[in-house]
Every structure is written in C-alpha cells, then in structure tokens.
Design a protein around this ligand. Structure first.
Ligand code: CA
Length: 246
C-alpha cells in the first residue's frame, strides 16, 4: 500500500498567531508514516511553544523508528515515551518562565505501518477515517462538553451555545500525559485526517467528503478544506494533516 501525506496549518482570519503545530514524515522503503497535529493553549506565546515542543519531540523520538521495518519495543510504548518526554520538556519550560505557567497542548498522532495504524491523542484534536462508508471520528474529545454529552446533561445541538465548550479535561504538559490509544486496519483507498478544532468549528463534517472528492490530489484536498474554512471566517487556527492510501 502506498502512503501519501500532506498537511497545512493556517492562522485563520481572526487570531494574530498560530498556536497549532503540525508535521509528518513518510518512509516509503518501510511503508510507514507518522502524522501529528498539536493545538497549544495558555496565551499565544505559551500555546505556540507548547505545540511546537510537542510536535518536535514526537518527530525527534519516533521519526528514526520509521526507517526500521520492526521495532524492539511495542509502538505504543515508544509513542507514550515520546509523549512523556514532550510533557517533561513543557513542564521544564514552564518552570523557567512564569508567564508560560498555563501552557499546554493537545496532541493527536497516527503511526501508520503498512495497513496498520496506531492512533494516540490527548485533548480535542481529532483523527477521522474517511472511506466509501463516509467519515468516522476515531478519537474521543477530552473535554467537559464531551463528558456532558455522554452523561446526557446536554444534547449535540446545545454544544455551540455552551460557553466553555473548548475547555479541555486533559492536555499535554498540563495533566497526566497518558494518551488514549486505538488501532485501525486500513483498506486501500482509506484516508486518515488529523485536525485541530479550528477545522471542526469552521466546517461541518458533512462538507469534508464533498470537498475532498472534488479534489484531484491529496494536496488539493487539504487546500480545499483550509480554504473553505477561511471562507467561513475561521475564527481559530486551522490545521489538517491528511494521509491517503492506494
Ligand atoms: Ca484550536
């Protein structure tokens, strides 16, 4: 199965800084790919630093393993080790600079190895699988709103009017860094989309497949999603990393 990945992050139309960070790498020889999206919080400087530290640490820790067809430790152990290190680095930075005391970041990552995908996340950045059955969110938001939806205290249609709808229950650098893991088997033609909440807030999920199917390349698909978000006024930073298989 051939893996193609591209991504883009945009400041959006309102914010002055981009606190999202993204990265990815593909090793064609081993048939592996690593995709990551982080959405920082804690003031614009803190948010930018936290998401950058998280993404850089993940790429630095896991990137070298992509070249190996087999790894000595289970991948989940390696991923959690990278997230523990990122959390330590964010905590260390906070200890140096009191004005960054509230910083932290969401993170969602996918480590694809052939047809197998390992997903890990903390916070409300999401991973979706897209295929002929449509679009299925693979991650559960670590948010107060998600807890309220599940305990029945609010309904989905109430979410846009909940004032604290972006409040996280967990964030890297601000809580226990243990990630939520899941695994997927990809079929040829499946796509994985990682995004920050700037995309979900700006564009209905129903529109994504239409925008992607009207695009003739993975790059054009990502551009179409970001441009449509900007046309809708994208109040938040918007980030997408998209993997296609064939
Ligand atoms: Ca955001």
């Amino acid at each position: 199965m051939r893996l193609l990945v591209t991504g883009r992050t945009d400041t959006g139309t309102v914010r002055k800084s981009n606190q999202d960070a993204i990265d990815w790498c593909v090793d064609e020889a081993s048939g592996q790919a690593l995709l990551v999206v982080a959405d920082g919080m804690g003031g614009y400087q803190g948010g930018e630093e936290a998401s950058r530290i998280a993404v850089e640490t993940v790429m630095e820790s896991l990137g070298p393993h992509l070249k190996a067809a087999a790894v000595a430790d289970p991948r989940q152990t390696l991923v959690q080790g990278a997230l523990d290190l990122a959390s330590e680095r964010i905590e260390a930075r906070k200890a140096q600079a009191p004005d960054l005391a509230k910083m932290g970041t969401t993170i969602v990552l996918a480590w694809v190895s052939g047809s197998h995908a390992l997903l890990a996340h903390i916070g409300d950045s999401r991973c979706y699988r897209l295929n002929s059955d449509g679009l299925q969110c693979q991650t559960r938001d670590d948010t107060v709103v998600q807890n309220m939806l599940e305990d029945g205290s609010i309904q989905q249609h109430d979410v846009p009017s909940v004032p604290f709808r972006n409040v996280l229950t967990r964030a890297l650098g601000a809580s226990d860094p243990a990630a939520t893991f899941s695994e997927l088997v990809l079929e040829p033609g499946d796509r994985l989309l990682l995004c920050s909440d700037g995309l979900t807030d700006a564009l209905d999920e129903d529109e994504w497949l239409q925008l992607l199917s009207g695009s003739d390349s993975v790059q054009a698909g990502v551009e179409a999603l970001i441009e449509a978000s900007l046309e809708r006024g994208a109040k938040d930073n918007v980030s997408v990393v998209l993997l296609t298989t064939n």
